[in-house]
Structures are given as C-alpha cells and as structure tokens.
Design a protein. Sequence first.
Length: 249
Amino acid sequence: MSKLSVIVLTKNSERLLEKCLASVEWADEILVLDSGSSDRTEEIARRFTEGFYSVQWRGFSATRNKGIEMARGDWILVLDSDEVLERGAAAEIQGILAEPGGVDGYYIRRRAYFLGRRIRFCGWGRDRQLRLFKKGRGQLDEKRKVHEGVVLQGKAGMLRVKIDHYSYHSIEQYLRRMNVYTSLWAEERYENGRRGTVLHVLLRAPWTFLEMYVLKLGMLDGFIGLVLCVLSSLSTFSRYLKLWELARK
C-alpha cells in the first residue's frame, strides 16, 4: 500500500497543535516544519513525530514545497496547525492509498470556526481545499504570497470527510494576522502590476460587508457573523489602502 506523509507548518502553534497532530497520528510520516517557535510547539510536536525540523521561513508556499521535497510518502496531506481532520479520515484515506485508481488529488471541505463558533454562512460555509495529492503531482504556487493553493497535475476528486478549521480564537489574533496577510496581499498584487485607487479604498470595503452579510446570509450567523463581516470589511479596506500606499511610493 502507498505511504502517506503529512506536512504541518508551525510557529507558536501550541494552542491547537495537539488536536491537529492527533487527528493524523495514523499517518506513515508527519513532518512539522517550524519557523522559530518560542512556546511549547516543539515539545508537543515531538510527542507525535520525530520529524520536527527548524527551518528558515521562505513564505507559505515555498516552505510547504520544502516539506513536500523532504517527504518520503507516495501521497502528501497538507494541514495547517489550526486544522483538525475529523474522525473517519483514516479509513477513507487509507482506502484511497490502497486503491488510488486514476485520481491524483482530492479536495477536502472545511468547517470554519470563528471565536469558537461554527460559521455556516458569510461565504465560509462552502469552503474546500485541495490538500491530499500524489507526490510529484502537486505543489504550492510560489507566486502566491497568501491564500496559496495546491497546483495539481491530473484528475481531482472529493473526500467525504471534512476538516475543522479553528481560524481565529480572538479579535487580537484576527487583527494581528490581518496586518500580516493584507501586507502580503498588497505586495503580491503590486508586483503583478495592480494598483490601488481611492475608489477601491472607499468602495471595496462596504461591498465586502454587503456581500457577506446580506448576499451570503451572514446575518443568519447572529452577532458572531456580524463581527466577522465587519472585520472582513476592515481587512478589505486595509488591503486596498496598502496597495494604494505602494502605488504612491
């Protein structure tokens, strides 16, 4: 039967890392690539694997691709440290490894959680990511600095099992990550020839709120949904403001 390697990137990921790794401890190999953690990340990781490595951060895509190169498995499963594969995944994935057929990769649906609550609307309810693929048939797009995805060569299928994604547990965490991600987004767009205008800055943010809260029924997620839509609108404002700022410079 084919072997499976799981790749997880970490930095100060002690909060959810144990649950993340416990959900894939049945895998043949777990590689944890850490970029300078100062908390209990290494201690937790070494309970589950000998494959803990301190690596130089080269960006999300490049660092994950480094993990793919290091992996010894025939198949690769990519997880974030705040993601937990649901029960039943072992049986389904091991069945695929035993009889891969003609499929080269699989999408996995994600259930999103924000401030500890499941988000069913706001555009977050139908998220799916290509995370399981044959080694040599998939890699991360290194042109993308943020929200990167796997580029697959071949046919893709869909798994029945899902990933629970505990994206943000506090407003402080959201704002901290927002500052990083919006800067990366603006830099990527600027390098690709995009320029931000005052109209973008003024109009994109309210449209984000309207789209998420009304058109994508974020109102049905209650007060937490409202908070998420407001913060997402703020994130959009920040992205285009930073892109406008780059153009000015």
